[in-house]
Design a protein around this ligand. Sequence first.
Ligand SMILES: Cc1cc2nc3c(=O)[nH]c(=O)nc-3n(C[C@H](O)[C@H](O)[C@H](O)COP(=O)(O)O)c2cc1C
Length: 157
Amino acid sequence: MAKVLVLYYSRTGNTEKMAEAVKEGVENSEAEVDLKNIEKVEPAILTDYEGIIIGSPTYYGLSAAPVKEFLDKSIKFHGKLTNKIGSAFSSCATVGGGVESTILSILEAMLVHGMVVKGYSDIGHYGPISVGEPDERALKECQDIGERVGNLAARFS
Ligand SMILES: Cc1cc2nc3c(=O)[nH]c(=O)nc-3n(C[C@H](O)[C@H](O)[C@H](O)COP(=O)(O)O)c2cc1C
């Protein structure tokens, strides 16, 4: 069975709530799911999964330092993540606060790893976003991407 890893960093809980909704979505798919705090795992874990979804708060229009540090350390596995399915999500404080550039910065790292990045035509195009605490729309989008990435990972594996 395909496995999806949901990784997140969260200081005040908003991104964590989004990550839990993403996990619920994967549970509705054909894949298995693990949810982990990015500070508690090492990048070696990435090789165990067919799908990888990463969430970060928006910090100065980019991901938070622990997420970037994790991605930088993932160089040890460069070439080993090719064709895994990737997606990202982010929480910010204000509309126009750089939440999409945060998501894109994570997706860029996934592309450099040779991963297959999932886009979305009918919800937040790069991935779910939340302004402050995630509302019903944001949580639904998180569930949606979890389910879609899970099903895609299952199809690819
Ligand atoms: C160091 C720092 C930088 C931040 N930079 C931004 C920013 O550029 N744009 C924005 O909209 N919010 C910014 N925020 C607010 C957080 O993105 C926002 O509060 C988010 O919901 C926090 O997520 P969390 O509850 O998962 O920690 C920043 C917060 C911190 C602590």
